[in-house]
Write a protein that binds this ligand. Sequence first.
Ligand code: ARG
Length: 461
Amino acid sequence: MANKMWGGRFETKPAEIMEEINASISFDQRFYAEDIRASQAHARMLGACGIVTPEEADAIVAGLDTVREEIEGGRFEFRREYEDIHMAVEARLKDIIGPVAGKLHTGRSRNDQVATDFRLYIRGAIDHLDEQITTLQLALATKAKAHAATIMPGFTHMQVAQPVTFGHHCLAYVEMLDRDRGRFADARARVNESPLGAAALAGTSFPIDRHMTASALGFARPLANSLDSVSSRDFALETLAAAAICATHLSRLSEEIVVWFSAGFKFITLSDRFTTGSSIMPQKRNPDAAELVRAKVGRIAGAFVSLLTVMKGLPLAYSKDMQEDKEAVFLAIDALSLGLAAMTGMIEDMEPVPERMRDAAGQGFSTATDLADWLVLHAQLPFREAHHVTGRIVKHAENLGVDLHEVPLKDMQAVEPRITERIFDVLNVDKSVESRRSFGGTAPQNVKAAAEIWLKKLEAA
Ligand code: ARG
C-alpha cells in the first residue's frame, strides 16, 4: 500500500532502502513537544480565522494533548513508515479524533512546520545553554575571588612571561564565556522569528493570521518572506558557530587543566569525582574529564562545518538535504551541554597549590619587565635602552645559574651604575603583581574588585 499521508498518486510503497534513507523520525521525535505545541497554535488560529469551526479546532487541540500524553507516557510507537514526527503525530491524531484531523494541515506544509519546530527547539536549547554557561562563570568567579592574590606564572609561548594571579586567569575565562552568552543571545534573537504559515514556499490562499501563531508561540514576529521562511537554516548555523566558539574556550581551559595537573607543574589538585585511575598503573590519576571536554570541540566544530556544507549551494526553497540539519544541531548541543556540566564540576572541585604556582612564577626571570620598568622610572632610561640593559643582566644571571633577585647588586651596577638596592623591591613576584594596577591588570586589588562585580552580576542573572 502506498504512503497514507501523501500516497495518492503512488501505486506501491517505497523500497525498504528508500524508507530508510528518507525517514527522520528516529531523531526528529526529539521535538515532539514543539511539534504538538506549534500544531495547537496553528489549529487555534484556523479556528479563530473561521477556516475550521471552533468545535473542530477544539477537537484537534484536545486530540493533540492526548497524543502528547501518549508520547510522554511511553505509549506511542514511532513507526518509520510515517517518515517523521510531523506525520506520525498527525496520523495518530486521526486515529484518535477521526477525519477532522485532516483539517490541521490546512494552510501549512511540513516545510514551514519543520522550520517552526526546529526554531522552537533551538530557542529552548539556547536558554538552557545560557543557564549552564552562567553556572560555569559563577564557579570561575568564585575561585577568582578566593584566589585574587594567589600568584602563578603567566605564560606566552608556554614560556614563563610575567607573574599573574590565579584569580585573574579564572576571570579571563569568565569574560570569554560572557561573550559566548552574547553570541547565543544574538543567535536567539534571529532564531526567534516564526516561519509558520509560509506553507510549502509561496504562502497560502487561506485567510490565515501568521501574527497570531507567531505570538502564541512566543516568537517576536513572523518571518516576512515565505521563501526565506522555509529555505533558511542560518539560524541553526549561527547557533552552531556560537557553540563551536564556546567549545573552543572550554577546550583551551581543559588543556590548561591538563597541563597544570601534570607532574612537571602540579599547580592544581583535581577531585576524585573528576579524575580516573588506570587499570594497570595503580598510582595513576588522570584528568580524563578535562581531556574529554578538550575533545568535544571536534564534533561541535564538525557539526557546524557539516551543516554549512549541506546548505552551501542549495537552491530555494526546501530540499530534502535540509533534513540533515537536525542531527548536527542535536549532537552539538548535547556535546556542549555535557562539556559545560563536566567543566563546572571540575572547576568547583579544583584547588590551586599556591606554593607550586608561586615558585614557578619566580622562575624564568619573570620579573625582568619590572626591572626594565624600574630603570625607566628611577634611572630615566628610555624603555628600549632599559630593555637592553635588563637583557644583559638576565644573560649574566643565566651564566651564574641564578634567578634575577639573586644577582649581586654590584654585578647589576657593573651593567648600569644607576641601579640601587631599591631594585630588589620590584624583583619579587608579589611586588610585581601588586604594581600591575592598570585597568584590567592583574593586581590582586583589581582582581578582587572584578571578581566581586562578576559575582554580583551572575548571582542576579
Ligand atoms: N522530515 C522533514 C525534514 O526534516 C520534514 C519536511 C519535509 N518536507 C518535504 N517537503 N518533504 O526536513
